[in-house]
Design a protein around this ligand. Structure first.
Ligand code: FAD
Length: 614
């Protein structure tokens, strides 16, 4: 029996298997597809995700391989790529340098298909990961002490049973495992989209207006063109309206016409349509992230519109939250109930990220409405096309009417290109209304995720949040927050990020140099009373690690005798501003570890209340 069975080798499942392997935990990773995804999908890897990738040793490789950021660090609003430019805003916030100083790594643009190839290579190198591709999970049988998973290899007539102590469903937005477990996903479907992935060297067409995204205010191709890899990898995303329209209604010749309309030119001799994939824009959340020995992570647990680039990032960070807890439970360091803290912590973050993505979507819709294409009209169209009388019409009429209605709904975009006063007035409406760089990249949304409940000991009187905890970020050691990053220098003169010194399987107790003797003694006493490993790391004059820039002391927010207990995932579990005596330190630490150990049982009660209260 494997400790953990993971279904789905998207970014969430791949990352989880690698984080478990880093802790010496074996897993079976089951994936339906035989090859990595062709379609690029996500492209924004935020700073926090890159910190997770740094932990599994892939961040530097990704940083080296990504394309130069400045070339396309813009978002444009256009009638077409070569046509009228309505606005072009930088993605990077004006205070980029101060943001870069907050982490040992940085946010990058890296297409999901290329990312998955690299993660898969790492997975294949690991002797601890049994990676089974072309293998579909067909049934799940949860039991009291294990989970049995039935899988079928592609083309095989027989199935195979794999058993694990725990099952993690990382099988994406439509999550077959979630359905098998009878867990509902709640929330709206916002739009059906078609992603037309094509290659074409567009260098001369985009020269001077390179952008990551081109919002197309174009009646023939209303949607968004995404630049994945310059000069020639692109995806045109356009809406479609089922049931009258289906992906099959978009054969390659029609896709080429849509691309020509989006580009505003047919002069694309090397155009190659690689893949056309439908996807659903939704904002949904599973009613629970755990049922018995089965857990949900990534899109299986929550989906959000891509406006914000947070879906993949949220999934990778779910895996980061879950891996050390699963390892602790499988090893017997923590009780099974400790895993309850996973949902308690991650549900709040998923909710916040859904809200950020919805706000971004609303902001974009407002821009489109100013240009004459309102979301109300779209809602009306959907209501009409699903109404009983409409559905009585012959199918070809229905399809034709839906097509006409979409063109009618976006026809005012035509006026954006008008050289007369009407066009000028319409364009003037957009001036100053396009989202700015700070709104595109939200540093608080990236680094400011704080767990308020779960495997932490919250403080009654923490310092208040920054003005807007999504737009701004204030480094803090407040329990639940991500530990602030600083560069330290060890005795050999090596520069190390504080994040590189975290414990994989236990807590790190950060203290100032002068407090070390007291806390070393406290750890020795606490360790004998709780099973959790704790290591002391002292920073400052005469200690193992120096802080040459002097930034750590004010950042630590604790006095010379204080201490900060950090979890393996880099979130602060507990801190004390000061202690009065060695005995005080030992008692405080023992009590904190005990409460953290018991936090699962407390969370189980809360989580139960949440689910049944719905
Ligand atoms: C156009 C677009 C742009 C996006 N841009 C961004 C972005 O910039 N940043 C961002 O963070 N997110 C973005 N996203 C969202 C991101 O793509 C998803 O959130 C991400 O793929 C979720 O990862 P996952 O591993 O949870 O699920 P998935 O990537 O969906 O992986 C699930 C895996 O499970 C497998 N599977 C399914 N069923 C079974 C089964 N029964 N047995 C075995 N295997 C199974 C599937 O084959 C698949 O490989 C974007 C999405 C879209 C559509």
């Amino acid at each position: 029996m494997s400790p953990v069975v993971i279904v789905g080798a998207g970014p969430t499942g791949l990352t989880l298997s690698l984080l478990l392997a880093k802790r010496g935990m074996a897993s079976v990773l089951v994936e339906r597809d035989s090859d990595p995804k062709r379609h690029p999908a996500a492209h924004v890897l935020n700073t926090r995700t890159m910190e997770v990738f740094r932990e599994i040793g892939v961040a530097q490789e990704l940083e080296a391989a990504c394309q130069p950021q400045e070339r396309a660090a813009y978002i444009s609003w256009v009638v077409s790529v070569t046509g009228r430019l309505l606005g072009r805003e930088p993605i990077a916030p004006p205070d980029l340098d101060s943001i870069l100083a907050l982490s040992p790594t940085r946010a990058i643009q890296f297409p999901q298909n290329r990312l998955e190839q690299r993660l898969q290579s790492r997975v294949r190198e690991s002797p601890l990961i049994d990676f089974r591709t072309a293998c579909t999970c067909e049934a799940v049988e949860p039991r009291a002490d294990q989970v049995a998973v039935t899988v079928r290899r592609r083309g095989a007539s027989d199935t195979e049973r794999i058993t694990g102590e725990w099952l993690v469903a990382c099988d994406g937005a439509s999550s077959p495992v979630r359905r098998m477990l009878g867990i509902r996903a709640e929330g709206p479907v916002l739009q059906y989209m078609l992603g037309i992935y094509f290659t074409a060297d567009l260098s001369r067409h985009v020269d001077g207006r390179e952008s990551t995204l081109y919002w197309l205010m174009n009646p023939q191709a209303p949607g968004v063109l995404v630049s994945y890899w310059l000069p020639d990898e692109w995806v045109l995303n356009v809406p479609y309206f089922p049931p009258q329209q289906q992906p099959a209604d978009f054969p390659e010749p029609l896709c080429r016409e849509l691309i020509y309309a989006a580009l505003g030119t047919r002069d694309v001799p090397d155009l190659n349509v690689v893949d056309v994939s439908p996807w659903v824009m939704s904002a949904r959340m599973a009613e629970t992230f755990q049922r018995g020995r089965c857990l949900l992570a990534g899109d299986a647990a929550h989906t959000m519109p891509p406006t914000g680039g947070l879906g993949l990032n949220t999934g990778v960070q779910d895996a980061h939250n879950l891996a050390w807890k699963l390892a602790a439970v499988c090893r017997g360091t923590a009780d099974a109930s400790f895993l309850r803290t996973y949902e308690l912590e991650r549900r709040t973050i998923a909710r916040r990220n859904i809200d950020i993505s919805l706000q971004n979507l609303a902001r974009n819709q407002a821009v489109h409405a100013l240009a004459g294409a309102s979301v109300q009209r779209l809602k009306l169209l959907v209501a009409i096309q699903n109404s009983w009388p409409f559905r009585q019409l012959p199918a070809s009429w229905q399809a034709g009417l839906v097509r006409t209605a979409v063109q009618f709904g976006t026809r005012q975009f035509l006026m954006l290109d008008d050289n007369g006063p009407l066009g000028e007035r319409l364009r003037a409406r957009l001036t100053g209304r396009l989202p700015t760089g700070a709104e595109h990249y939200r540093i608080g949304g990236d680094l400011g995720g704080v767990y308020r409940r779960g495997a932490i000991i919250a403080e009654v009187a923490s310092r208040p949040d920054a003005d807007d905890p999504v737009l701004t970020y204030r480094p803090t050691t407040s329990p639940g927050a991500r530990l602030p990053h600083v560069w330290l220098v060890d005795r050999e003169g090596q520069r190390r990020s504080l994040f590189d010194l975290l414990e994989a399987d236990g807590y790190l107790l950060l203290v100032h140099a002068e407090g070390q003797p007291v806390w070393d003694a406290a750890i020795a006493q606490a360790r004998s009373q709780t099973g959790w490993p704790v290591r002391c790391l002292a920073i400052g004059e005469g200690a193992e690690h120096q802080d040459p820039s002097g930034t750590w002391r004010p950042l630590s927010e604790v006095e010379p005798t204080g201490a900060i207990l950090v979890r393996p995932d880099g979130h602060v579990a507990w801190r004390t501003a000061r202690v009065e005596s060695p005995q005080h330190a030992a008692t405080a630490l023992t009590e904190a570890l005990q409460r953290l150990h018991d936090s699962g049982a407390a969370s189980a009660d809360e989580a139960h209340g949440t689910v049944t209260g719905r």
